[in-house]
Design a protein around this ligand. Structure first.
Ligand SMILES: [Zn+2]
Length: 224
């Protein structure tokens, strides 16, 4: 099931992790793909929103993690392009393995046998790149290649695991699941400073903020 957040934006609540569907001026865009067993829910959500699988044009990933790239294999053989921050891209394609020397990398290495490299083209993104109406913001820390996406057209910020929502508040990605929490704090401050205003904000975990998304991030940034 998906929940409409706006005329052209739908939220997937995939039991514990979020994905987002955006009709970006005709280019149907899925943001993040949940866990490996979420493929069917992702495809069902497309039809809940009034689309078919073949309507899907692109997948934007906020980062390489088991619970955000897991559903990618559901789109093998479908003509979609996958976009991901350049430092996480070689992990998505399987060209690189996560580093064992970092606690988070070691965990990623442990679960990587459950992930298949996707068939589709994977396009690496750099800070400031645009995909449709979305601008890419490098926000390393949770993972080295973590990015957020902002669409001014939709007044939408896709925050991935830079922050998570808890009881109506946004919180930085915690140590246990982050490569580097100092980098997370720097990224929140940097993103809050550079990103344009947006109302709707969808974090990777928790309930989306339907109003004042960028203002909430600025408030959090001021405490870090
Ligand atoms: Zn996550």
């Amino acid at each position: 099931m998906v929940t409409a957040l706006a005329d052209d934006i739908w939220w997937y609540d995939l039991t514990g992790v979020n994905a987002t569907l955006v009709d970006d001026d005709g280019a149907l865009t899925l943001v993040d793909t949940g866990l490996p067993w979420h493929g069917n829910a992702l495809i069902a959500g497309l039809s809940d929103a009034g689309y078919e699988l073949r309507d899907l044009d692109r997948i934007l990933l906020t980062h390489f993690d088991f619970d955000h790239v897991g559903g990618l294999s559901a789109f093998d053989g479908i003509d979609v392009t996958i976009y991901v921050g350049e430092r996480d891209a070689p992990l998505v394609t399987g060209e690189q393995a996560p580093p064992l020397g970092n606690h988070k990398g070691a965990f990623q290495r442990l679960v990587s046998p459950f992930l298949d490299a996707p068939d589709n083209d994977v396009v690496p993104l750099a800070d400031g790149d645009t995909v449709g109406s979305f601008t890419v913001y490098d926000t390393p820390g949770h993972t080295p290649g973590h990015v957020c996406y902002v669409s001014e057209d939709h007044s939408l910020g896709l925050l991935g695991d830079l922050v998570r929502e808890d009881s109506g508040r946004s919180e930085p990605s915690p140590w246990l699941v982050s490569y580097d929490t100092d980098a997370v704090a720097r990224s929140i401050r940097d993103f809050a400073e550079r990103a344009p205003r947006f109302e709707l904000a969808v974090p990777g975990h928790g309930v989306p903020f339907e109003e004042g998304g960028s203002a909430k991030l600025s408030k959090l940034a001021a405490t870090l």
